[in-house]
Design a protein around this ligand. Structure first.
Ligand SMILES: [Fe+2]
Length: 215
């Protein structure tokens, strides 16, 4: 069962360039740029060979990552709503237990040797990109503050202003109490959320739009 599923998935990934525009944002209507956010202290610094779009499987390992499988369908557009192809989309995140594979993460939650945690992809002709991953765990920052599940992104292409941001999951209860999210206006918060869509797939799918500004 595992092998055919994985092959199909890879095939889908290779077709990502042919993805139809996913959002009204790709309809050539004016879009607000995606708000920037700090990269935080856990940008990956340990070299890693496998950085492909499937974070649930590390090349050469037989077991998948622990956690709830999710699928992210993204699109990158400019502020005129035009899809941008060939954008470098880099992302990193905590594992299902809320731990980063980073030497400075002091969270006692366990590491997951099967979770890739870091990936780099490229948008296709219609600005689309996709990742298969696991829902990141929430993690404590201080006694009174837990970060809600989020995924960090760095998005770049020559001719555009590089964007570092964080993607949140629409409706997560911890979003309301997060100190970083609360510094944003309500409208900015909406622009940073991925929305769950119903799809006939075995895993939950989230859609996320990134709006880059021309340099
Ligand atoms: Fe983080």
């Amino acid at each position: 069962m595992k092998q055919p599923d994985r092959r199909n998935f890879i095939k889908m990934g290779l077709l990502s360039g042919a993805l139809a525009p996913l959002y009204s944002g790709a309809n050539n209507t004016e879009q607000a740029k995606t708000p920037a956010e700090t990269a935080g202290p856990f940008y990956p610094i340990t070299p890693q060979k496998d950085k492909d779009f499937d974070l649930t499987h590390i090349e050469g390992k037989t077991s998948p990552a622990a956690g709830e499988l999710i699928f992210i369908e993204g699109v990158v557009v400019d502020t005129a709503g035009t899809p941008i192809e060939d954008v470098t989309v880099e992302l990193w995140q905590a594992n299902a237990a809320g731990r980063y594979a980073h030497p400075h993460d002091t969270n006692p939650a366990p590491l997951d040797p099967n979770f890739q945690g870091w990936a780099i992809a490229r948008s296709g002709k219609q600005g689309g990109f996709r990742f298969k991953t696991i829902m990141p765990g929430a993690y404590p920052v201080s006694g009174s503050w837990s970060r809600p599940p989020h995924i960090h992104y760095k998005i770049s292409k020559r001719g555009y202003i590089e964007l570092t941001t964080q993607m949140y999951f629409q409706g997560h209860p911890l979003n309301q109490k997060d100190r970083l999210i609360n510094r944003k206006t309500e409208n900015e918060q909406k622009l940073m959320e991925a929305k769950k869509v119903s799809k006939a797939r075995a895993m939950d799918t989230y859609q996320y739009q990134i709006v880059l500004e021309k340099a």
